[in-house]
Design a protein around this ligand. Structure first.
Ligand code: C2O
Length: 507
């Protein structure tokens, strides 16, 4: 195994990826788009960060990686580290034992939609599908705003926006452009790694006149399953095999279409689509996509993991999270789990674990606004999430992929176990899952990864409005693994005192 090292000098630059407006974006080493991280299973990854933003703290999260034994490298500010102050440096150093499609992004308040996000790909010499494709192509999707996040957030959490209407993006991007030509050769098969790096919009995705075969979701290999259209929420990934036609007489549109159900009001003139093309022949036209009558995406609940991992059927620890959006006394709209809107603690939660000895197993020490749950070693944990809100929300758990045991349709109301007839034998497993409007999901995982792991809605607006819980997994094991091992550069950014970070002010 090798060590792959990246030096990221993070600073402001300018870009105009949608051709409509040049805006300040967060770049790396003076460049935007920012570079992907590419490794092979078993590798050590080292990312040396220097914060040259001048006006904002930062941090990096490696979305989907378990960080087994390295929870202090997970990235969320006020959870596993302090924000990296302007002018400071900080090194992430961890090994990757999971193959597949991931992404890295800032985990400082509201920051990644300003551009600080990119794919993270882990190659695998034992990839069970490697003989079935000729080439791999990474295809990112994203929404795009013309405003800066810190400005947009001020208007979002505001007495003047009591309904909590989220800002609507100005455009959609594919590989950070609206002009993507993908060269393909007749008869070849391609592995497309689809990654939604957006802040808000889910994308319907399809390849005109080409079938997809899904072989991976969120880093989990799946039984190959055909799909004509996928629904990819913010933070989800799919690998699909697509075989090119045997003749090159035409080119075909590849479409990402933002789900406008998420938008409270659709501004006039918004083009929800981004189109790329499978280019068989450069000299032939790139056709506009055909009108779609109804979106009928493939249901990811039907996917089966390639290793057929069985349902975890004996639950040791059940957690119910009732979520809703509502106003606090300041008149602004916030998001709540069980009546509590997450507020960042002053001391990162991991550091509280490390400094409290045997008391670390008592959730009260983590404060009343962190939605903290302490998990025992190797318990089978079940999270029941009841969505008491008419919106769609993609939920993400750090440190694990979970089994999606149940997912209701729209308007099914709260979960009632007495209504459940059969559970899947080998449930779909992933790290980010959609809960439908006024519906529910039931997730399970084994607490086999000591650490402090967030569970949150991945809509960046809802992270800001407090839709976050904290899983404190085997805290005494975390103490054993990490006490005295937090690197000096990690501690130093805390000593310096942080600038205001994630969470909300009202509490
Ligand atoms: Cu993709 Cu908490 O993050």
């Amino acid at each position: 195994c090798a060590t792959v090292t990246y030096d990221f000098d993070i600073g402001w630059t300018y870009a105009n990826p949608d051709g409509q407006q040049t805006r300040p974006v967060i770049g790396v080493n003076g460049q935007w788009p920012v570079p992907p991280i590419v490794a092979t299973k078993g590798d050590r990854v080292v990312v040396n960060v220097k914060n040259s933003l001048g006006n904002e703290s930062t941090s990096l999260h490696f979305h989907g990686l378990y960080q087994n034994g390295t929870t202090h490298m997970d990235g969320p500010v006020a959870v596993s580290q302090c924000g990296i102050l302007p002018g400071s440096s900080f090194t992430y150093n961890f090994t990757v034992d999971q193959p597949g499609s991931y992404w890295w992004h800032s985990h400082e308040r509201g920051q990644y939609p300003d551009g600080l996000r990119a794919p993270l790909i882990v190659h695998d010499s034992e990839d069970p599908f490697q003989d079935q494709y000729d080439e791999e192509i990474v295809l990112t999707l994203s929404d795009w705003y013309h405003g800066r996040m810190q400005d947009l957030l001020k208007g979002f959490i505001n007495i003047a926006n009591p309904s909590g209407a989220e800002p609507v993006p100005q455009a959609a991007l594919m590989n950070d452009t609206q002009n993507l030509g993908i060269k393909v050769q007749p008869g070849k098969t391609y592995l497309f790694r689809l990654i939604n790096m957006g802040a808000f919009a889910a994308h319907y995705v399809w390849f005109e006149e080409h079938m997809m075969r899904v072989v991976e979701v969120d880093g989990v290999y799946t039984e190959p399953t055909e799909a004509e259209m996928l629904y990819v929420t913010a933070a989800q990934r799919y690998s699909v095999l697509v075989t090119a036609k045997n003749d090159s007489s035409a080119n075909f549109a590849v479409v990402g279409s933002m789900d406008q159900d998420l938008f409270d009001a659709v501004p006039e003139g918004l083009n929800p689509n981004v189109t790329g093309w499978l280019v068989y022949d450069d000299t032939k036209p790139k056709p506009a996509p055909k009108e779609i009558e109804a979106f009928e995406p493939f249901d990811d609940y039907n996917l089966v993991p390639y290793d057929k991992e069985q349902l975890l059927d004996r639950v040791d620890h059940s957690i119910t999270l009732d979520m809703k959006m509502d106003n606090l006394r300041d008149g602004a709209n916030y998001a709540f789990f069980n009546g509590v809107s997450y507020v960042s603690p002053k001391v990162p939660t991991l550091y509280s674990v490390l400094s409290t000895g045997a008391n670390a197993t008592n959730p009260i020490i983590y404060g009343s606004n962190t939605n903290s749950f302490v998990l025992g070693a190797n318990e089978v944990v079940e999270i029941v999430l009841n969505n008491d809100d008419p919106g769609k929300h993609p939920f993400h758990l750090h440190g694990h992929a979970f089994q999606v045991v149940t997912r209701s349709e729209d308007d099914a109301g709260f979960y009632d176990p007495s209504n459940v007839t059969a559970l899947p034998a080998s449930p779909m497993k992933r790290d980010t899952v959609l809960v439908r409007p006024n519906g529910h999901i039931v997730l399970r995982f084994r607490a086999d990864n000591p650490g402090v792991w967030l569970f949150h809605c991945h809509l960046e607006w809802h992270v800001a409005s407090g839709l976050t819980a904290t899983m404190i997994e085997s805290p005494l094991d975390v103490q054993q693994q990490l006490s005295g091992k937090i690197p000096a550069d990690h501690l130093k950014v805390c000593d310096a005192g942080d600038v205001p970070t994630a969470g909300n002010a009202a509490g």
